[in-house]
Write a protein that binds this ligand. Structure first.
Ligand code: AMP
Ligand code: MG
Length: 493
């Protein structure tokens, strides 16, 4: 591996500096014949990088792990985690490296991270590699989430390595460059707590407070305040997922970021017909991570976070547990408020009235019973507000039932002293037309794996403006043809 001239990156690696004990210095395996498949030029500019420099061979070498830019300090991060409820004391970056941290053009600290860069001391039985399809999938879905205004890690680039790796068949390998507010996870705290070194746990918590929840530093009990802040961030995040029909699919504690960003796009997918039991992941046989379970699972994960923080929250165990429990129990209320607020926006309800929650629940019950596509069903409501009830009505098999609901909704809207076109426009700003529908993502990835990048580029363009309906893009707004509807995602990423 050579040291290349950095494409204008200035690193400041606080994690490595301050959190010895939570990582292993390591190097990427390197790639025989790198080829850039996707580059996020806007994100590059946000990071203060020149997209042309990244496209050049020296830039691609950095993005695939063949060259280490000056100032980088590549490490594999250590973490533990509960996976599907079972605890693994040592997970860590088995196939990824933290390249380092940079300050973006707004002065925000961002991690640059390579995923698929080869085996590390945490690789266990894995090959350390990632395939082109799943890395492009993370790129597409994370960028779609960002455009939907949902906190998320970002994707800077995907570079094919030029080698083939063994999955169900031999498939082309790739490295994703992920950009994140940080990669601190609940599992990072579990790992630190399990070392039994209270000083390490405290250093980690102080670091997390300073980096993500600085207001907690001034609280009477900063560690309890950190916990409360993360509880709030997760309540908000999961509500945002639910509002767009996103199913994360693998909400293990190692995949819960302390920053409140969505992290780790594996078997995730967007729900088509509204159904709380929706599961896409082939390994989630019990439906633990089904769409409708996500709020409870988030709370369960936060309980594991609280457990790891207990020694810091108080020296008297009973008191620490009581204090943490009280904060944890605020989760359902916080979540419900974020969800209701979001749903009211989707229905054009500009302020809160007592029976709004019933109106929301009754619509969802109708959508569930009549298997209405979640995204199109909500988007079509603005046409009703503009005076054309046809598009929404057409999505419900039992139209009279929908009409009865719609009448109640219309009465509720009439109570608002705001003109209907303005309400409809506001609804269109929160009800997306375009989400990364499974069949479209699959088609784009299949083409890309066979060297045709055009469908992927087109899909990325469409998803970058999810709220602006554009003529000619009808196929991107439509639900999957029924023969493709029983979609499954696979963890063999
Ligand atoms: P994930 O399902 O991506 O959240 O990964 C769970 C754990 O498995 C993490 O510790 C990963 O680093 C590790 N892992 C996943 N795939 C591989 C692989 N191909 N090689 C080595 N480690 C892996
Ligand atoms: Mg993970």
């Amino acid at each position: 591996m050579s040291v290349a001239a950095p494409p204008l990156l200035t690193f400041d690696n606080s994690f490595v500096r301050e959190l010895t004990g939570l990582y292993e210095p390591w190097q990427a395996a390197g790639a025989p014949a790198p080829a850039l498949l996707a580059l996020n030029e806007q994100l590059a500019v946000e990071l203060g990088l020149d997209p042309e420099a990244l496209r050049a061979p020296d830039g691609v070498a950095v993005l695939v792990g063949n060259a280490v830019p000056e100032g980088a300090s590549t490490v594999a991060q250590a973490y533990a985690g509960h996976q599907f409820g079972g605890y693994s004391p040592r997970l860590g970056d088995g196939r990824a490296l933290l390249l380092g941290e940079v300050l973006d053009v707004d002065g925000c600290r961002r991690d640059l991270h390579l995923k698929g860069s080869g085996r590390t001391p945490f690789a266990r039985g894995g090959d350390g590699k990632a395939a082109v399809g799943p890395m492009l999938r993370e790129y597409v879905i994370s960028e779609a989430m960002h455009a939907l205004c949902i906190p998320t890690t970002r994707s800077l680039a995907v570079v094919a390595t030029g080698e083939h790796i063994a999955r169900e068949t031999m498939v082309p390998g790739a490295v994703l460059t992920r950009v994140a507010a940080s990669h601190l996870r609940v599992g990072t705290f579990q790992y630190a707590a399990a070392t039994g070194d209270p000083e390490l746990l405290r250093r980690l918590a102080d670091y997390a407070i300073a980096r993500h929840h600085p207001e907690a530093a001034d609280a009477e009990n900063p560690y309890l305040a950190l916990f409360a802040s993360v509880v709030n961030a997760q309540a908000s995040l999961v509500a945002r997922w639910m509002l767009v029909g996103f199913v994360h699919g693998v909400m293990n504690t190692d995949n819960v970021a302390i920053s409140g960003e969505t992290i780790d796009y594996g078997p995730c997918a967007f729900m088509d017909a509204f159904d709380p039991a929706t599961v896409f992941s082939s390994i989630d046989v019990g439906g633990r991570y089904a769409y409708g379970n996500q709020p409870q699972v988030a709370q369960w994960n936060l309980a594991r976070f609280a457990e790891s923080l207990l020694p810091l929250i108080g020296s008297e165990p009973d008191e620490a547990v009581a204090a943490a429990t009280e904060v944890l129990q605020s989760f359902p209320g916080r979540y419900a408020r974020y969800w209701s607020h979001g749903m009211r926006g989707k229905l054009g309800l500009t302020y809160e009235r007592p029976r709004d929650d019933a109106l929301i629940e009754d619509l969802l019950a109708l959508m569930h019973a009549q298997r209405v596509d979640f995204t199109s069903g909500l988007r079509a409501l603005s046409s009703t507000v503009r005076g054309d009830g046809g598009p929404a009505r057409a999505l419900f098999a039992d139209s009279p039932e929908f009409d009865a609901w719609s009448q109640r909704w219309s009465t509720r809207l009439s109570a608002q002293a705001i003109d209907r076109p303005a309400v409809a426009d506001a609804m269109d700003r929160v009800n997306p037309v375009y989400v990364p529908r499974n069949h479209l993502v699959e088609a784009a990835l299949e083409a890309a794996t066979a060297d045709d990048l055009q469908p992927l580029r087109q899909l990325l363009d469409v998803l970058a403006q999810p709220f602006d309906e554009r003529p000619g893009l009808e196929a991107y707004a439509a639900p999957a043809p029924s023969e493709l509807a029983a979609y499954r995602t696979f963890c063999g990423t």
